[in-house]
Every structure is written in structure tokens, then in C-alpha cells.
Design a protein around this ligand. Structure first.
Ligand code: GLN
Length: 277
């Protein structure tokens, strides 16, 4: 069978197993097994060879059993970057791309800004900021050693120079090393503990430490950031659905003067931008 036909069959199979976006998923899995992209898949007339068919069968099985597509293929796209992903480190999601838009906007007009990404995971936010604002000095922190290691690999592969370190929020980041900070950006763990069990199996494939937290995490982050930001500095954070009001209140209580809640591409509250005096 030609790859195009295989993809169609696989898409029907994934749909029967209630996998989201079955056609796109089938194409991604097959392209990855064949070491090509979507165009290469549809451009190939040569039928699948036996080892390719076997590898694709395994990939389909893994996806159907709840392994996220990104873990099966080993990478994901984020803004202009291709990032390695692996089990044990949070997979960056498309909705976080708007966090980077808000961060870049907050940096407008500031030359050589100092930016800290808290809970960097694969390095997605930090690396995007560095790529799109090459004059920025970017620090990226994560309390997971595995995440720091993966982010370091991603930085090297992308050819982007950022500073990576293990640390919980901002506490372990030496103030003398960073100087005053222009912007703190983060996609922190924001799922409330009681909601964890209801998350889709693909989301629960991410480490619990990158998911479960909630409003107290913002309270602590704002408290620490307010000590380290320059006058007029900002914090840009991703939030979960329904957390806009609570996170806005937390920012105000930590001394922010200007707080905006912004939606993602689906119109849901997704980003809070808070500015300190
Ligand atoms: N995006 C995850 C979700 O769908 C949560 C990520 C996070 O906690 N930062 O729930």
C-alpha cells in the first residue's frame, strides 16, 4: 500500500479508537516513521517496506493506548521552533504560543531586556523569546533536573544562547547574576489538585509537578517577582480556564498596578499580564 492509502486507513482506525484529530495524527505518525514530512508522505508512490509497516503499527498502538502523539514522534513544533520532547517533561502546547506574544509585547521598547522563564520545561517559552528578541538576556529555570537537561539540548539544537538552571520559582536565582529583571514569564502548574483526575489521559502523560498547583503558585510567583523586577517590570503568566479573576486579584495583592487578562485563540482567558510600579 502507498503511504497515502496507509494514512487514510490509519485515520479510520484512530477514529474508531476515539483519538482526536485522527487524520492529522495518522499523517504525523506515518511521516515520522518514514522520516519525512506531510508533503513527502503524499509524494511517495513506493509502498511501505515491511520494517516501516511494523514500526508504524507500533506507533499506532502506542497512540491508541493514550500515549500523546508528541511522545510517539519525539518532537513538537512551538512557534518557529522544533523542540525535542520526552516523557518526564511537560509537552509545550499551542495555546502557550500566545504567552510568548504577550511577553514580546511587554518587551517592546526595552533594549537588551532581562527575561526569566520560570518552569521552562522543554525551554519553549525561553527559546522563543530569545529567537524573536535576540538582544534579550534570557534565564530559564525549572525545578526538574530532567527538564533543565532537555531544555539545554533544545537550546543547543536551536542554536540559541540562554542560561539554564535548576530552581524552584525565582528563589534559587542569584540576584547578583541577573540584576534587575524586566520580565518574568511562566506557564506554571495551574491545574487544581481536585481536577487532576478529570484530565484527559494525554494530559496526564505530563509530569504531575508540571500540572498540579493552581492559584497559590501565582501568589508565590508574584511575591517573588515583585522583589526582583525593575520599576515598570512585568509578569506574564499562562492561566487555566476560570482562573482570570483569582490571578488578577493575586497580582493586585502583590502590588501590581496594571493587570490585564487576555484570551487565547479559542477566546478563553489564557494569559495574565501584570505590571509593577
Ligand atoms: N495545559 C494543561 C492543561 O490542559 C495545563 C498546563 C499547566 O498546568 N500549566 O490542563
Amino acid at each position: 500500500m502507498r503511504p497515502a492509502q496507509v494514512a487514510r486507513r490509519a485515520s479510520e482506525y484512530l477514529a474508531r479508537h476515539d483519538v482526536d484529530a485522527p487524520q492529522a495524527t495518522a499523517e504525523q505518525l506515518l511521516a515520522s516513521v518514514l522520516g519525512t514530512d506531510r508533503a513527502g508522505l503524499y509524494g511517495r508512490d513506493e509502498p511501505l517496506r515491511a520494517p516501516e509497516a511494523k514500526a508504524f503499527g507500533r506507533a499506532l498502538c502506542r497512540r491508541c493506548s493514550g500515549v500523546p502523539t508528541q511522545h510517539v514522534v519525539g518532537w513538537t513544533g512551538f512557534r518557529r521552533l522544533t523542540l525535542l520532547v520526552r516523557a518526564g517533561v511537560f509537552v509545550p502546547r499551542p495555546e502557550t504560543e500566545v504567552v510568548v506574544d504577550a511577553a514580546l509585547e511587554a518587551l517592546q521598547g526595552i533594549a537588551s531586556p532581562v527575561v526569566v522563564d520560570v518552569g521552562t520545561g522543554t525551554g519553549a517559552i525561553a527559546l522563543s523569546v530569545k529567537q524573536e528578541r535576540p538582544d534579550a538576556k534570557v534565564w530559564a529555570l525549572d525545578r526538574s533536573a530532567e527538564a533543565v537537561m532537555l531544555a539545554r539540548e533544545n537550546a543547543a539544537r536551536c542554536g540559541l544562547a540562554i542560561d539554564l538552571a535548576e530552581g524552584d520559582l525565582l528563589a534559587d536565582l542569584d540576584p547578583e547574576a541577573t540584576g534587575v529583571i524586566d520580565l518574568v514569564v511562566s506557564n506554571p502548574p495551574y491545574v487544581e489538585a481536585k481536577a487532576y483526575g478529570e484530565l484527559p489521559v494525554e494530559v496526564r502523560a505530563d509530569p504531575v509537578g508540571a500540572l498540579v498547583g493552581g492559584v497559590p503558585v501565582y501568589v508565590e510567583l508574584f511575591a517573588q517577582a515583585s522583589e526582583r523586577l525593575r520599576a515598570g517590570g512585568a509578569v506574564v503568566v499562562e492561566i487555566g480556564e476560570g482562573q482570570g479573576a483569582a490571578v488578577r486579584r493575586a497580582a493586585r495583592e502583590a502590588g501590581a498596578v496594571d493587570v490585564a487578562v487576555r484570551p487565547d485563540l479559542n477566546g478563553r482567558d489564557r494569559v495574565v499580564v501584570a505590571t509593577w510600579p
